[in-house]
Design a protein around this ligand. Sequence first.
Ligand code: NAD
Length: 498
Amino acid sequence: MSSTPDNCLIYLDGKWKELGYLPTSPVYNPSRGSILAHVPLCGPAEVNLVVDSAKRAFPNWRDTPPNERAQVLFRLKILLEDAFEELCLGIATEHGKTLSEARGDLRRGIEVVEFACGIPTLLMGESLENIARGIDCHTDRHPLGVVAGICPFNFPALVPMWMWPIAIACGNTFVLKPSEKVPLTMQRVVGLLEKAGLPPGVMNIVHGGRECVDALLEHPDVAAISFVGSTPVAREIHRKATSFGKRVQAAGGAKNFIVLMPDADVERTAEAVKDGAFGCAGERCMAGSTAIAVGDAGSKLLPALADLVKSMKVGPTDSNDRQPDMGAVISASHRDHVTGLIHRGEQAGAKVLADGRSPLIEEAPDGFFLGPTLIDQVEYGNPLMDTEVFGPVLAVMRASSLDDAIALANRQSYGNGAAIFTNSGKAAREFRRQVSAGMIGINVAVPAPLAYFPFSGWNDSFFGDLHIQGKEGVEFYTQRKTTTTRWFGYGDGEIWAK
Ligand code: NAD
């Protein structure tokens, strides 16, 4: 990994291109607070270039048989496995998450590539012979054309790979706009796609922020937009892109509740809840950000949880040396924002059980570190409940019954994930049916579905109809054509008369 900051490149027509004339934004190593690279802030002119590249490549790629398209992905899978550890260290370095979390990030992305290798089967249509005498009907799937993906910072590998493996397997060509905070991982992965033999122009990368995104949303040759990011941006992307006639799937932010029942297994629940809340420093759309302790579950579980949280080691993740339990958050401003929320949450009456506001990290004093914070007696109206915190903070609410806990969880506007820890099948079933969220965990703190299932957020956590991943992903990136066929002289009486 280079120690001198580089300029990130855009990728079009199968070539990397440096745009030295554009303003740039720094890409940090959050473990050190140092600059790793500069990313160009592209606008409409550069978006036109990459979309034109994708448009030129589309007819030939659409006509490439699905099994040949799948071969590129089979080769990519091998290349990704060969480069696995190096890519993971890159993810940990540009994001700040631990190496084991980076391995999860890339492993889940590779699973989408594996899923997309099955595209000949996934693309199969339906047919019915003899819908009327001598007339047959069949429906098949066709790609949309040029499709674009706009990504958040928190999963530098997985979130882009939710999108483009399925999109290109379906015969589309792709324009990727990675997060300007973590653009390096996808540059490396696209280098591997090139080696795997992907024809020029099928995959393209453009960099930037809002101006770049707006140009993609407005571009007449972009047929569909996949977006993942915060709710205000997701809502706006969906509104704007649909107004330009595009198909849109826009996954937003989250506030995921974990209900703790009094009969839950203390040790294993505390361990799972700790991982669910503080994995990836809480910067996960499926992080459990609020625990609701029902009845005496609080007095049973919170002391064990507080002990675990206090014992967590925080530190730099940018080398193969001994890894901490938790790495840095993405930026200094995000660290300060989350610290401010904890202060205000405490001032509003909540009780801090484990305080992560001033971690001392001697080996990396300039890193963007926050320790894990466990904060009890949080209620609606507390600043910690007004927003998605997206940091290493677990707020605890109290409820007297499961019904009260479900009512508390359903009061918020998001609906990504929700989990319950219990030994009661009745309580679990009631929770699963009544809670207003799209991904449910039963004794699983982070119920993020694997590649074969949709990432099925609800409410303000998703805008659109067809979710990302799985068969819904295939549905999103294709349109159906239904053909009705009759051959004169066959089936209209003549043939049967013979
Ligand atoms: P973000 O919304 O700030 O940015 C996401 C993308 O949108 C980036 O590529 C960014 O350049 C672009 N962008 C930012 N502001 C924009 C604007 N005003 N107009 C157009 N484009 C804009 O999100 P983030 O901070 O990078 O990522 C964290 C968020 O993503 C959290 O809210 C998290 O919950 C969410 N997320 C959701 C899921 C999910 O599946 N629901 C998955 C991962 C992350």
